[in-house]
Write a protein that binds this ligand. Structure first.
Ligand code: NAD
Length: 396
């Protein structure tokens, strides 16, 4: 049922699945997937299978597997979802199928294939869903070890604009609200880090009626935040004003002792960055006279004269306290994945990391607009001709 529910929220991927079923662009190819095993991934698996692929799936993170989804998919395709102890075996089992195309979230499958070079024979390439995976793959490329093309889905404009901004923006607040049930309207929310993700969090908090303060270390990003209507100030000043603090920088110790001592009684601390090092837990523990769990996902640090409330132990709050990105956002990510797989099957790429071809970005955006019932203009032939002129005509 969960996959059917996600399918209802993923019209772009559904339309690609329907086209794949007619055109069968992946006919006869084994496609290996090492992704979070979720209902949205189930929809991607079905799209690839409709395109003629023989799909083998393992989990990119054994802790995030939705086991009911894995069980449902195992009736349709090959599924290897090991637990934490035998997770590496499940990745190796998919690698052993010698997939011609891989879809990774963290580069584990492609790394496993590179460990057995004969498995790379005839490989068309892979796609990568996450920053961490691209860091690994670029390191392999720099060392001359990356033997196949990889399409960097994670860096697509559509992915940044929709997934990081709107998906993370909404789901981070969802996590905070589920954990605390506070009213955000009228509160001051401090967003630390104004990248794609931080601006999504700021936008969502503003939309719920909060006053938003942004803290940055990059002058250009800080300027953008200010021009987009947010207050900008150093974290040490924001510490005294905020009711809710959200770190989303990718760095460490963004909130630390010097900030905790300035915060108001009852302040809420949440992290949306990848690792649980953005809020200094050692500093919080060091400053506290007492620590207690006040709600299932809320740990309260009593500093003597004030109490600070840490959500989900400082882990990424939209996954730890909510359900991560909505299916409608994964629709765009996985549409990019499906079309990137098709591009690898039908095109010719050289080994190395490649951006998502512009045509795919445009196709996904156009399909998403169509699903939303939005029409846009097209350039007239005269406008197309004008754009190709090297200098504008002097007379009209
Ligand atoms: N929770 C999710 O679902 C989710 C989704 C996407 C990304 N992320 C994570 O969020 C983090 C940020 O991702 P991004 O794509 O926005 O990155 P980004 O690099 O575009 O933006 C990070 C911003 O933080 C700023 N920054 C760095 N250190 C700072 C500090 N000490 N104080 C204030 N600002 C600081 C940087 O100048 C930059 O503008 C990463 O850890 C990423 O993995 C989480």
């Amino acid at each position: 049922m969960r996959i059917e529910w996600a399918d209802g929220q993923m019209p772009v991927l559904r339309s690609i699945r329907e086209r794949f079923a007619r055109e069968r662009p992946l006919e006869g190819l084994t496609v290996g997937l090492c992704l979070h095993v979720t209902s949205e991934t189930g929809c991607l698996v079905r799209a690839l299978a409709a395109g003629g692929a023989s799909v083998a799936l393992c989990a990119s993170n054994p802790y995030a597997t939705q086991h009911d989804v894995a069980a449902a998919l195992s009736d349709e395709v090959e599924v290897h979802t090991g637990g934490p102890d035998d997770w590496a075996d499940s990745v190796a089992a998919v690698a052993a199928r010698a997939p011609r195309i891989t879809l990774d979230d963290g580069a584990d499958l492609l790394s496993a294939l590179h460990a057995v070079p004969e498995l790379l024979d005839g490989m068309l390439g892979g796609t990568e869903e996450t920053t961490t995976g691209l860091v690994r793959l670029r390191a392999m490329e720099a060392e001359g070890r990356l033997a196949v093309p990889v399409i960097a889905v994670n860096e697509a404009r559509a992915e940044k604009a929709l997934n990081d901004r709107f998906g993370t923006g909404q789901s981070v607040l969802d996590g905070i609200l589920r954990a605390t049930n506070i009213l955000l309207a009228g509160q001051t929310v401090v967003v630390l880090g104004y990248g794609w993700t931080g601006r999504g969090v700021a936008l969502a908090a503003h939309g719920l009626g909060a006053s938003v303060i942004v803290c940055e270390v990059d002058p250009l990003r800080a300027l953008e935040a200010r021009m987009e209507g947010f207050s900008v100030m150093p974290a040490s000043v924001a510490a005294e004003r905020g009711d809710v603090f959200i770190t989303v920088t990718g760095g460490q110790d963004v909130l630390r002792g010097e900030h905790f001592v300035r915060m108001k009684d009852g302040a809420v601390l949440a992290n949306a960055g990848h690792f649980d090092v953005e809020i200094s837990l050692p500093d919080l523990r060091g400053a506290a006279v007492e620590v207690r769990e006040v709600l299932p996902l809320v740990r309260q640090y009593d500093l003597g004269d004030r109490r600070l409330n840490l959500l989900a132990g400082g882990r990424v709050v939209n996954l730890a306290a909510a359900d991560g990105h909505p299916a409608a956002v994964m629709d765009v990510s996985f549409a990019l994945q499906a079309l990137a797989a098709e591009a690898l099957a039908t095109g010719s790429f050289t080994p190395g990391v490649h951006p998502v071809p512009d045509g795919i970005e445009r196709e996904v955006a156009a399909l998403k607009l169509a699903a939303l019932g939005v029409e846009i203009d097209e350039l007239t032939p005269a406008q197309v001709a004008y754009r190709s002129l090297t200098s504008p005509p002097l007379d009209r």
